[in-house]
Write a protein that binds this ligand. Structure first.
Ligand code: SF4
Length: 150
């Protein structure tokens, strides 16, 4: 992903050390990071850039900073909605909703059809299993609300 990032992971870490919070939170890097953890596994200083990227995304979200990669924020919202509904992820639903909301659905229909005919697209689960996740989610929101603001 680094080829598309406006700050490389090492630059993100260095920017944080320099207190350049705005530069990090407004970068596209924190949204393009796919959390593969290669950087964390290979870091000679035992730094965890992948966790930092996740934390930066959450902070940007909490501060109301518009994500620099709108497809990814739409994907995340779809991910949470999917969990709330089903209690588990149905990849094809999230991908379909993301593509619909970003205007890319029509262009990807041939690929979706190909996957479907090869049996690679599973039908979505019945929306019955999300109760437990919704309770956990609600509790997490309450904890977050009651936490002291920094
Ligand atoms: S986890 Fe690290 S190596 Fe993987 S995409 Fe994110 S910054 Fe890059």
């Amino acid at each position: 992903m680094v080829a598309k990032m406006d700050l490389h992971p090492a630059q993100v870490m260095h920017s944080i050390r320099l207190g350049r919070e705005e530069a990090v939170l407004n970068s596209n890097s924190i949204w393009l990071c796919i959390g593969c953890e290669t950087c964390s596994a290979r870091c000679p200083q035992q730094v965890e850039p992948a966790a930092v990227m996740t934390a930066a995304r959450l902070l940007a979200w909490q501060k109301g900073i518009q994500p620099k990669v709108k497809e990814i924020s739409i994907y995340y919202k779809g991910f949470v909605s999917n969990m709330r509904l089903n209690g588990k992820i149905h990849d094809a639903s999230i991908a379909g909703i993301t593509q619909l909301r970003t205007g890319q659905l029509m262009g990807n229909l041939p690929l979706a059809w190909k996957l479907f005919t090869k049996g690679r697209l599973k039908s979505p689960p019945l929306p019955l299993g999300g109760g437990r996740f919704r309770r956990i989610y609600k509790r997490a929101l309450a904890v977050e609300k009651s936490a002291p603001k920094k």
